[in-house]
Structure formats: C-alpha cells, structure tokens
Design a protein around this ligand. Structure first.
Ligand code: FEO
Length: 394
C-alpha cells in the first residue's frame, strides 16, 4: 500500500473496515481514522486515531520514525475519533509537544488527563518551522467543533483538512484515484449531510479561505486523500453549503395499514415529470443517515404519517427530529397521511414540524380517513405535481 502523500509525509492511520454505527451514523462502507507523519528536520505527527486503534497507530509511527524522536503532535480536532490516541502517543513520546489552539487545549483537558502533556498553543496564522517545511495553522471553527483547525504545508501544497472533505469509507488504497470517484463522492455527500450540514455557514467562510491556498493534496481525517479530484469535492461543498437544489423530490413516509403508502405512491406518480428525480422512501426501509443525504440537495420534500395515539408515527418523529437538527434549508413541501375515527393528527403534526424547519408549505395537509378514496388519490397526484414544479424551477 502506498501511504506517501509527498516525500517525507506519510499516512500512519487505521482502517476500520467493520464499523457500521458511528454514534448513530450508519457507516455502511466502514471508515478510516487518518493520522499523518511529517519527517523533516523535525518529526511532526498530525492527529491520532480512535482509542481502540492506539496500538496500530503506535506501530505505524514506530515503523516510519525508525528510531527518530517525535518532536510535535499536532491536534487539529479534539473529537475522540481523532484525539483518542493522543495520550498513547505522548506516553511513548513524552518529549513531544502537543500543538493545538487554546480552545482545543480546553476541550482536551475535559476529555483526558493532560497534566503531563507539553502543550504548545498556536493561533490562527501561526507557523511552526519543521526544517525545509513550515506548518501553518488556520482556525476553522465549527468545522466540525469550535476548536477545529486546518494545518497547511505550503512547500508541499498539502492541506490537512481534518473532518472537512472526509468520508466514512474504508478502502485499501489511500488516494482518491484508487477508488471509484462515484463511491467516494457518495460517501462524501453522506458525510457532509450528517456531520456538517448544520454548519453550512461557517463552512462557507472556511471554503472562502481555503480557496486562497494553493493545494495539490488535501488530506482529511476520514476516508481517501484527495490528490486528483479535489476540484470536484470543493465544488460539491460549495453547492452543499449553498443548499443548491437538484431537480429532486423526496417523499418520506411511514404507514400502518397501507393507506399512507398508497398516498405516497400517488404523490410520487404526480411528481414524476420529465427531468425530476423522485425518491420515495419508507422510513422502515431506509436509515436516517441515507435520508439526510437525500434531503440535502432535494428541492422539495413531502412527509407522510398515519395518525397514532393522536400524533405522528414515532419513526417519522425521530426522522424529523434528526433532520430538524441538521437544518436543511431551501426546501418546499407538504404533509400527508391517514387518520381513523377522530383526531386528524398525523399529517397535521408533521406539517408543524415542516414549518419549524422553515419548509415552504406548498399546500394544506393531504388527509385520508382510514383509506384514500379516488378523490384523495387524485389530490395526492395533483400535489405531487406541485413538488415537480418546484424541483424544475430549482
Ligand atoms: Fe471525525 Fe468531528 O470527528
């Protein structure tokens, strides 16, 4: 396996082939925890790995250091998937300075016993001479936590971008030209939707700053390293932070006895205009991780639920809670669903949730008592047409 990003810059991270649940995120293709080592007059490691992989990281560092001392351990991000092995590295290399910003130090102090760690605090724009190279630091707050920062090696045009541009994707090849680009972009989009969508605004600022850096290689902390296709992921990030809508409609629903399912199908039929991609998603057959990625670039979203206990179905409530937290913007849509003998609750409660998400409501909730009749199904097809119209308008 080629793990060399540039002469003297190595990947020393770990591949987590079998992780399928990353704090609730369904990682269907596994993940990697990327750590790097810069060998110059000084030796500097960049980030660490999740704690269970500490031994593997230490072994990789021993092999690459080949007896050299480690001078610096740079921490770009304090989240435990990247900081979980800092202690193990510093235990083996007690002479190394832990390089991070002040917010990161404060966060690490909450997570770990740091009293013996030798911190070197850096600020935005600071430089750390390593020999032929100089590491420079750029604060990137809320990409993904308040303390997050990038480390840049101008001599190699190499950016260590931490979570930004990452993907939960386990591969044997380390670089973006060793795995099909469609697979990488699919996972990068899912990653952005589930981890970073909420922070679209601060990421917009970070992208503007990153655009001023000459880069040949971008090394995130998860997934493959960008050395050939960085313009593609950079452009995709620009679209995602702007919530640029695709000609896509998402119809999300749950059903009890098939009535809301029939309504969803009628809505999908009405939305199926030329050039419109319609995704009809039963919450019971799709994970919220996939749902978030589908909603990210959808122009229009309809959400359906039967009425259960004077409310929406719990799976729909869960999905909407998750989506509301991620704050997808620039969507239009409506609610739909069936009800029984009394309270017409499901669709109405869904509509309240859509309004709370600032979804532009295209029509009143579509409701069917017990089962949709021909008139209700016709109304569903007509409302589907509204979704298609919105998707085509962009
Ligand atoms: Fe991969 Fe925000 O940690």
């Amino acid at each position: 396996m080629n793990n060399e990003l540039a002469p003297g810059v190595k990947w020393v991270g770990c591949v987590d082939w079998n992780v399928r649940d990353f704090h609730g995120y369904h990682t269907g293709r596994g993940s990697t925890y990327n750590a790097y080592l810069i060998l110059d007059e000084k030796a500097a490691a960049v980030d660490s790995v999740k704690a269970p992989f500490s031994d593997e990281l230490l072994e990789n560092l021993r092999r690459e250091l080949n007896g050299r001392r480690l001078d610096y351990l740079i921490c770009n991000h304090a989240e435990p998937d990247h900081s979980g092995s800092l202690g193990a590295v510093l235990q083996e290399h007690p002479e190394a300075e832990l390089v991070c910003n002040a917010k990161c130090k404060a966060t690490l102090e909450k997570h770990y016993m740091t009293s013996k760690w030798k911190f070197r605090i850096v600020k935005d724009g600071d430089c750390l001479p390593l020999g032929r190279r100089t590491a420079t630091f750029m604060d990137t707050p809320m990409v993904h936590w308040p303390e997050s920062m990038f480390t840049y090696l101008p001599e190699d045009r190499l950016l260590f971008s931490m979570d930004a541009f990452g993907q939960h994707l386990a591969t044997s090849g380390r670089f973006d030209d060793e795995t099909p680009l469609a697979t990488i972009m699919d996972e990068a989009k899912t990653y952005f939707a589930n981890i970073l969508m909420l922070y679209a605004r601060p990421i917009t600022n970070t992208l503007a700053r990153a655009a001023t850096l000459p880069v040949s290689i971008v090394a995130p902390s998860h997934g493959v390293i960008w050395r050939r296709h960085f313009p593609a992921i950079f452009k995709a990030y620009q679209d995602w932070v702007a919530f640029k809508p695709a000609r896509k409609v998402v119809i999300l629903y749950d059903t009890m006895w098939g009535s809301t399912d029939r309504m969803a199908r009628a809505i999908a039929e009405g939305a199926s205009a030329d050039g419109v991609d319609v995704k009809t998603i039963s919450i019971r057959s799709s994970h919220i991780t996939t749902l978030a990625a589908e909603v990210l670039d959808a122009a229009a979203v309809a959400v359906g639920s039967p009425t259960l206990n004077m409310n929406m179905m719990p799976e729909i409530a869960s999905a909407l809670t998750y989506l509301k937290g991620l704050k997808p913007l620039n969507k239009a849509g409506f609610a739909f669903g069936s009800y029984g003998w009394g309270f017409k609750g499901g669709a109405q409660v869904v509509e309240e949730q859509l309004k709370a998400m600032d979804v532009e409501i295209l029509c009143a909730p579509l409701m069917a008592q017990y089962a949709p009749d021909a008139a209700v199904l016709a109304a569903c097809r007509e409302a589907g047409g509204l979704l298609a119209e919105r998707a085509l308008r962009g």
